[in-house]
Write a protein that binds this ligand. Structure first.
Ligand code: FE2
Ligand code: FE2
Ligand code: FE2
Length: 164
């Protein structure tokens, strides 16, 4: 593999490590290991920095307009092609938990696509919109959190505000 391919492989590996550690932190938290949860989150943060640096060196991140277009492409692919195929396959295998996980993600990618399109239309206007994310399904809401998540039904206390 040449260095470009290695950068891409390293980016993907660091991304996986980042999210694996965040998932491990969530479990450690539930099991009462607060210190270990914090360690997993600290290392997850470091892996994210490695991933972002590799991506920047690759030149895969452009200016904000290009990045919004790239994000719209990615989200559109996920909710129009990738997740529908994955949902169908999981239904064939009667893997209900996978179907729910794919369905929730697919619904939310559609929401992301809308938010990014809206951001693109309003590029340069810097409105002071707040965002809330559902900790259960990832639903992403502009403005106040809803009483009940329209994607997964979680209550308002499951929404986390995104800070600068
Ligand atoms: Fe790393
Ligand atoms: Fe998304
Ligand atoms: Fe949700």
């Amino acid at each position: 593999m040449d260095t470009r391919e290695n950068l891409m492989a390293a980016f993907e590996g660091e991304c996986k490590a980042h999210f694996k550690y965040l998932a491990f932190a969530r479990i450690a938290e539930k099991e009462g290991h607060r210190e270990i949860a914090r360690l997993f989150r600290a290392v997850a943060e470091a892996e994210a920095i490695h991933a972002m640096t590799h991506l920047e060196v690759l030149g895969e991140a452009g200016n904000t307009e290009q990045n919004l277009l790239s994000a719209i492409d990615g989200e559109t692919y996920e909710f129009t092609q990738m997740y529908p195929a994955f949902i169908e396959q999981s239904e064939k295998e009667a893997n209900t938990r996978a179907t729910i996980s794919f369905r929730n993600a697919s619904e939310v990618e559609k929401v992301h696509n809308g938010l990014y399109n809206n951001a693109l239309e309003n590029l340069g206007k810097n409105k002071d919109t707040e965002y809330h994310v559902c900790e259960i399904c990832g639903n992403t809401v502009a403005g106040n959190a809803p009483d009940k998540c329209p994607v997964c039904g979680a209550s308002i206390d499951k929404f986390r505000i995104i800070k600068d």
